[in-house]
Design a protein around this ligand. Structure first.
Ligand code: SF4
Length: 653
């Protein structure tokens, strides 16, 4: 392996933002490669400034480089200007750490957190000089791996990716390294690629699509079954039981150029039990595993000292749900070693868990942006989606914020949800208007931004059977909201392009046939589809037509109860009859309570894996019914006591 830097450096003067490609971040590693070390290239298939802060990638980067038998480097999708130069000069995709060619690594592993980056994944494989289709690769080519939330429906990428990691990556990367290390030491002989893939398919949590036969019954998927007896019929996700055992990243990367989320990020828990039915992340990451409070404070203190940041984000799916969040935030803000200069941001705030206490602590230093996500405009709608936030919860939260001096609050909503009526849609405008009225008690200059996204039903959720709204219907709903808010002083409306929502719908619930569509879009120049300046719906419509596939069938059609779904052989632990029961409850407008504080309703996430919720301090929120009362000061992770489990499909209150 040699560095490509002498060929890359002259190109950087000709591109925007050359700092995207130089590495050199504080925390970056210069690993020493060797013939007996498995070399991983970890790729975030989007621009550097989006990918650099990704915590999942940084965790694996550190863990692999701590091993004696592995090295890991990083790469990001080259922006279009550099891509053109690389292709013109015959320079392949490279790592940013030591500028080695991607094709020299044993594995190229992608982090997939959004479907619209799929064409970038193909582009990166091609730029690496590796055949895009897995079936055309030989022993000389790297193994192409992918992990991240999108892998819970891996089928649209099944023809391009050799192995998918389902669930948490911390433990399974060691097992993959050992299997690939054996292959490497055996000399990667001709014909051995199938052998190593067969071995990898036996690693729990690893899905190797080439080991499965897919059959169709007309347009419908009939089955996905293993080709061999020793390949699992169903791949169960990996779940680390104790987040406290994994205090990573220990050396968060500090970039030398501007990136999103440019601050210290400390993950405070994984998983969510709120049960919002639209939320794939919440469903697939159960159960809740909190990091011990003492460890959070230690990671914050060490990280701030090392990086020099003056802002820390406590990250999770719903940060204010962390037990004892007030004490942790207060501990950070009042830590004398931080000189009272550190601001705390809590991404993903639940309005019903946000208190004046949190608001006043955060406001002591600097007011970071404040975003709440009621998601639905009316209580009826929020019962359907099981986001059980009452108007008074929202108004109380914004009152807390405005009383502490915030002038601007952002509210996230979805439109196109199951059973949504125009009254529900217009409820979004009404909530925003009422929030402005609450704020006016404190200031005349308050502003409420209502940000509206089109709903895309996702795999492994109770809404996986729902037919997505058409782009025209979403546009009509947005126009309703524009009319309703046009003259509202203090309310700003923002919305996501309904055309992009439709393309996301094609990729998110597609089967293996959608792979040809993704390849077609890429071959016609469709990269960076997450970016509005590059997104082109026509490319997706033309590709669907060329492949003889119907957008209506894939995106807008309601699925039936007995239908084989493309991801049925991939398990997030959730029983399919639980999801169907929850879908029926949604149609009946019945919400599901947070199972951390109520009897377990056996969704399967804990029962299937023998893991229970682990909380740092098990004091239930106001109105919660159960908890151990463990003192936060112990900092120890303790399992919440669960009541005897009801059977799957049992009535849920
Ligand atoms: S198994 Fe029970 S306690 Fe665990 S997430 Fe599912 S419903 Fe909640």
């Amino acid at each position: 392996m040699t560095s490509l830097w002498p060929r890359i450096e002259p190109l950087l003067a000709k591109v925007q933002k050359p700092a995207r490609y130089i590495g050199c971040e504080d925390g970056a590693q210069q690993p020493v490669h060797g013939p007996h070390k498995v070399a991983w290239l970890l790729v975030y298939p989007d621009a550097y400034e989006i990918g650099l802060p990704n915590q999942g990638l940084q965790i694996l980067y550190e863990l692999l480089n701590e091993r004696d038998d592995a090295v890991a480097e990083r790469s990001y999708a080259p922006w279009t200007d550099l891509e053109a130069l690389l292709r013109a000069r015959g320079v392949p995709l490279f790592s940013v750490d030591t500028h080695r060619a991607a094709g020299d690594f044993d594995l190229i592993a992608f982090n997939l957190s959004a479907e619209l980056v799929y064409t970038n994944l193909l582009n990166c494989i091609d730029l690496a000089g590796t055949p895009v289709r897995a079936a055309e690769r030989g022993p000389e080519h790297p193994l192409i791996a992918a992990g991240g939330h999108c892998t819970f429906n891996p089928e649209p990428l099944a023809d391009f990716v050799d192995l998918f990691v389902i669930g948490d990556g911390e433990e399974v990367i060691a097992e993959i390294t050992e299997v690939v290390g054996d292959w490497k030491r055996s000399g990667r002989t001709p014909g051995s690629r199938q052998g190593v893939l067969r071995e990898l398919s036996k690693v729990p949590g690893v899905y190797v699509p080439s080991m499965y036969d897919v059959e169709y019954d007309g347009a419908r998927l009939a089955s996905i079954t293993p080709k061999y007896n020793d390949v699992p019929a169903r791949v169960e996700k990996r779940t680390i039981a104790d987040l406290g055992a994994w205090p990573y990243p220990k050396s968060q990367l500090v970039p030398v150029t501007e990136v999103v989320h440019d601050r210290l990020n400390v993950e405070i828990f994984r998983g969510c039990t709120r049960g919002c039915r639209f939320c794939q992340a919440g469903m697939i990451t159960r159960p809740v595993r909190e990091r011990p409070a003492a460890q959070v404070q230690q990671m914050v203190s060490d990280g701030l000292k090392r990086t020099g940041y003056d802002e820390v984000a406590l990250t999770s799916l719903s940060s204010a749900d962390y037990s004892g969040i007030d004490q942790v935030v207060g501990g950070i803000i009042n830590d004398p070693s931080c000189s009272g200069q550190v601001s705390v941001s809590l991404p993903s705030l639940r309005v019903d868990a946000y208190t004046v206490g949190i608001a006043s602590e955060i406001a002591k230093v600097r007011r970071t942006g404040l975003t709440f996500a009621p998601e639905g405009g009316t209580w009826r709608m929020r019962q359907v989606i099981s986001k059980l936030i009452r108007e008074e919860d929202l108004y109380g939260a914004v009152d807390s914020a405005f009383s502490q001096g915030w002038q601007r609050v952002k509210l996230y909503f979805l439109t196109g949800l199951p059973t949504e009526t125009d009254e529900d849609t217009l409820g979004i405008a009404e909530l925003a208007r009422q929030c402005v009225a609450v704020g006016r008690k404190h200031s005349n200059r308050v502003n409420v931004v209502a940000s509206v996204g089109g709903f895309v039903p996702k795999a492994q959720t109770p809404f996986q059977w729902f037919g997505q709204n058409t782009a025209e219907e979403l546009r009509r709903k947005i126009n309703l909201l524009r009319d309703a808010t046009r003259k509202e002083r203090g309310v700003s409306l923002k919305w996501h392009d309904p055309k992009a929502t439709m393309a996301e719908g094609i990729a998110s619930r597609g089967d293996r046939r959608i792979g040809a569509v993704i390849e077609d879009v890429w071959r016609h120049g469709g990269t960076f589809q997450e970016w509005s300046e590059f997104f082109d719906l026509q490319l997706w419509e033309d590709a669907m037509a060329r492949q003889g596939l119907s957008i209506d069938w894939y995106v807008h059609r309601h699925r039936e109860a007995d239908e084989v779904l493309p991801w049925d052989h991939i398990s997030a632990g959730l029983h399919k009859d639980f999801l169907w029961g929850d879908w029926e409850d949604a149609l009946a407008e019945a919400g599901t309570p947070d199972c951390r504080w109520t009897p377990c309703y056996d969704c399967g996430a804990c029962t299937g894996y023998g893991i229970e919720h682990r909380v740092a301090s098990a004091t239930p929120p106001a109105g919660g019914s159960q908890g151990t009362g463990q003192d936060l000061s112990t900092g120890g992770a303790v399992p919440v006591q669960l009541l005897p489990r009801a059977g799957a499909g049992a009535p849920r209150s």
